[in-house]
Design a protein. Structure first.
Ligand SMILES: [Ca+2]
Length: 393
């Protein structure tokens, strides 16, 4: 399988050093819905900030104050969600659209708790802190995760090979994703999914994209109700990340319903207890989101300091659209790039150090459909390669 072609002789010195020092690759995922990489997110102008603030204040006033005596953070605190107007409206919709019993929903939300730590964790990182690819990568491409990846691959090699054959997604990419997400099932999250999704759906922090994010989490809450009804499980039994992502591959409930597969053939989909279902589901997800069998992921490049037309190619969506000729004309090194493919330009900022530049194919952008971040996608590729390399030692 071709990933970053480390054997190519024409890599730049910088890139070769980088690859040698890193040979072989990293986060918890909230799928941002705005189509931009999380790391690249630019704040919208605060046009309607005041309106939103006023609205939020009004909403707050309409609610009983949350009790401040709290159990452990991920246990949440009791608030009576049944008394929240927006929650009541949501329950009405669920009863009408999905034929849930209103009394069942009332009982469910009476047991649901408010998790302030989910609010704190979902807040965007302070934008004054420079992004640092090297620091991010080091959290994920490190010995503990690499060794766990070797064990995982050795244990589930047959399923990994079957997923690669069926969906065209290389084993090391699947291994990279499950490692970055949960260290191979070690860290799948212990928040009650109902608690965090309800909290985020109805009390999302006051960010520029708040309305869209609340709508997203309301959708995931609906999917949780549907998923657990379809699977015949208690919604309160579902546990996951602070954002409601579930199981070895950290799928959101809607992604489970849409993209997860029963890959071990036991008749049910279980991403919490079946690593084989997780493997098939990750591969299926990437295949559906544009993964092209046999194509590479990304190539390191250098950019010209004289001809800076390449700057306009940054942040042009999660799509590979430039030809090799266009890259070259814009001041980007192109030796070794397959002429038939198209590329996007990716910058990986390193704090106060020099930025790394890569050109990425649509396979790279397929990984960003899992988590809309350049850092995330590159870490997945790097961790997968690190695990593959460690197995061959
Ligand atoms: Ca299964």
């Amino acid at each position: 399988m071709l990933l970053m072609p480390i054997s190519l002789p024409r890599l730049t010195a910088l890139a070769s050093t980088l690859l040698l020092s890193t040979l072989c690759a990293l986060p918890m995922t909230v799928q941002a819905q705005d189509g931009k990489p999380v790391e690249k997110k630019t704040q919208k102008k605060a046009v309607d900030k005041k309106d939103k603030k006023d609205k939020k204040t009004a909403e707050k006033k309409a609610r009983p104050p949350a009790k401040k005596t709290v159990a452990a953070a991920d246990q949440g605190e009791f608030v009576n969600f049944n008394e929240w107007k927006d929650v009541a409206r949501f329950m009405d919709e669920m009863a009408e659209r999905n034929q849930f019993q209103r009394s069942d929903l009332n009982a469910l939300f009476a047991r649901t708790r408010y998790v302030d730590s989910a609010i704190q964790l979902i807040k965007p990182a302070p934008s004054n802190k420079p992004k640092n690819w090297a620091a991010y990568r080091a959290r994920f491409v490190e010995p503990v995760r690499i060794n766990a990846g070797v064990d995982f691959w050795n244990t589930y090699g047959v399923a990994l090979a079957r997923a690669e054959a069926q969906y065209g997604v290389p084993m090391e990419i699947i291994v990279g994703i499950i490692g970055v997400e949960t260290v191979y099932g070690r860290n799948t999250g212990n928040f009650r999914v109902m608690d965090v999704l309800t909290t985020l759906a109805f009390d999302y922090p006051n960010t520029a994209n708040r309305d869209a994010r609340m709508a997203f989490f309301r959708g995931e809450l609906e999917n949780t109700l549907l998923l657990t009804r379809e699977a015949g499980i208690d919604p309160m039994s579902l546990r996951g990340s602070y954002a409601g992502a579930i199981g070895w591959p950290q799928f959101m409930p809607g992604s489970i319903r849409e993209y997860a597969v029963d890959f071990d053939g036991d008749g049910k989909i279980d991403l919490r207890n079946s690593p084989v279902d997780a493997i098939g589901s990750v591969a299926h997800y990437l295949a559906v989101h544009g993964w092209q069998r046999g194509e590479p992921v990304a190539f390191p490049v250098t950019v010209s300091s004289d001809n800076r037309q390449w700057e306009a190619m940054l942040n042009q969506g999660l799509e590979a659209k430039y030809t090799v000729e266009e890259l070259q004309a814009a001041g980007i090194s192109t030796s070794g790039l397959p002429a038939a493919l198209r590329f996007g330009l990716v910058d990986l900022q390193n704090g106060t150090g020099p930025t790394e530049y890569w050109v990425a194919t649509n396979n790279f952008y397929a990984i960003t459909q899992y988590n809309r971040s350049y850092f995330y996608a590159m870490s997945v590729a790097d961790l997968g390669r690190a695990v593959a390399s460690a197995r061959n030692r």
